[in-house]
Design a protein around this ligand. Sequence first.
Ligand code: NAD
Length: 355
Amino acid sequence: MSKILVVGGAGYIGSHVVKALQEAKHEVFILDNFCLGHREAAAVLGCTLDNGKLLEADLLKPDSLDTALQADGGGFDAVIHLAALSQVGESMQQPLMYYENNITGTLNLLKAMHQHGVKTFLFSSTAATYGNPNSSFTNDGKIPESHPTEPINPYGRTKLAIEWLLKDCAKAWGLTATALRYFNAAGNDATAIIGELHRPESHLIPYIMGALYGRHQPDGTLMQFKIFGDDYATPDGTCIRDYIHVSDLARAHVLAVERDIAEAGKQLSVYNVGTGRGFSVLEVVKGMEVALGREIPYEMGDRRAGDPDMLVADPSRIMADFGWKPERTTIDYISKDILKWTERLAAHSWNWPAN
Ligand SMILES: NC(=O)c1ccc[n+]([C@@H]2O[C@H](COP(=O)([O-])OP(=O)(O)OC[C@H]3O[C@@H](n4cnc5c(N)ncnc54)[C@H](O)[C@@H]3O)[C@@H](O)[C@H]2O)c1
């Protein structure tokens, strides 16, 4: 059993990572400032201020990190860092906020780890570090880790800068770091005790569910499902993405952190976490219609600036190194899991359901 701090553990992916680590019998602490995360998610996972497993701290407040790393006698075996601002459009409008929260925040976290002798770090990176796929570097259209990293927005650049930072810390002070470049996380835990609740919602599948169930965005507008463009260079003209079930993604974290704790001194490893299979927006819609047994109305809109035609992972490296493979990643599983979660959310006026 290892003692692991999950930074951003009250967020969507973070809460699933916490659950997977607990199931693998690790001792898990959540650090979050709740700017986007949910106290209820931490509570349902048994992490509260009262039992000391929830550490309310802010990456931009170094003193709070210093205190957090001394929780329960300190001596953390690893930090898993998922805390970030991660909306591409917002990052274009407010780059300084993104650079500050994501880069300065990670710098502060690494400084505190260095000071407290924590040498294993798992980082939530993203497919956005690649930028537009270049067919000279893809395998059958799939992006390997060796693809050039040329992010096209501030969000992606903050994540790439952090990868550089990790590489330098690994060389300088023996940090063992792994960056997992996620493709599109989707779905939720099969129990639906935790799930995705972003405000505003911008991810395709929860957006479709919100539109089906009459959800409003925080500015009061009713969600209405619009597909952004049908003139991409794909068979049906809509964008293709690689959707990875969040529980499969969470399992990849457990494998990576256990390897890194056991094999210190590995420096920086980088892995894509995706399925290697892409679905167009229209294929997602059709798959969800079959799984849910109901029609999904949509409007066809114009394409958005900066959306690549296709983003699909070549996941062979993580499969080879960890024997990891996606188990729940089908549109059917994702739709049925998210249906349970959406019904709970809708019944609680789109607030985190009280348990
Ligand atoms: N959702 C995806 O499909 C996807 C894809 C690629 C990468 N990622 C990355 O995965 C990570 C998790 O994404 P998510 O969808 O779960 O996001 P999320 O917003 O649900 O979770 C992020 C968490 O970090 C916390 N946080 C943010 N800034 C903080 C700060 N300064 N101090 C303390 N806590 C802070 C938030 O309160 C929240 O709980 C992010 O780093 C994101 O960039 C997500």
